[in-house]
Design a protein around this ligand. Structure first.
Ligand SMILES: [Zn+2]
Length: 114
């Protein structure tokens, strides 16, 4: 059995999170316990979303994980687990990018005419 992990509450409303996994090509929902077929070319995507306000965490997919992170032959459960880990991450690693755009008005909506 996969080790359980506590999902953090929604960062916007602190509502309860839900996890969904889909076939990467068809977009159809798949079960977490779907067995990995070694001859299959199936890829999966997964994300966490807030049941109350609909906010969504990063969409994780096994195709991208294979290409950019060297993670191959991931089960649906493994992809969903990574989606939960990304949902739980509350960092500020991109804050410098936000702050850098502030002086150019990039954080305003609508943006000023150039
Ligand atoms: Zn929410």
């Amino acid at each position: 059995m996969t080790e359980q992990i506590t999902m953090a509450p929604c960062p916007f409303c602190e509502g309860p999170p839900c996890v969904i996994a889909k076939d990467y090509m068809t977009g159809k929902e798949v079960e977490f316990d779907r067995p990995l077929d070694e001859y299959s070319e199936e890829n999966y995507s997964a994300y966490v979303w807030c049941h109350e306000c609909g906010a969504q965490g990063p969409v994780i997919d096994s195709c991208t994980l294979g290409i950019f992170e060297g993670l191959h032959d991931l089960t649906v459960m493994a992809v969903a687990r990574i989606a939960v880990e990304r949902w739980n991450e509350r960092g500020s690693k991109a804050r410098a990018c936000y702050d850098g755009g502030a002086k150019d008005g990039l954080n305003l909506f609508p943006r000023s005419e150039a």
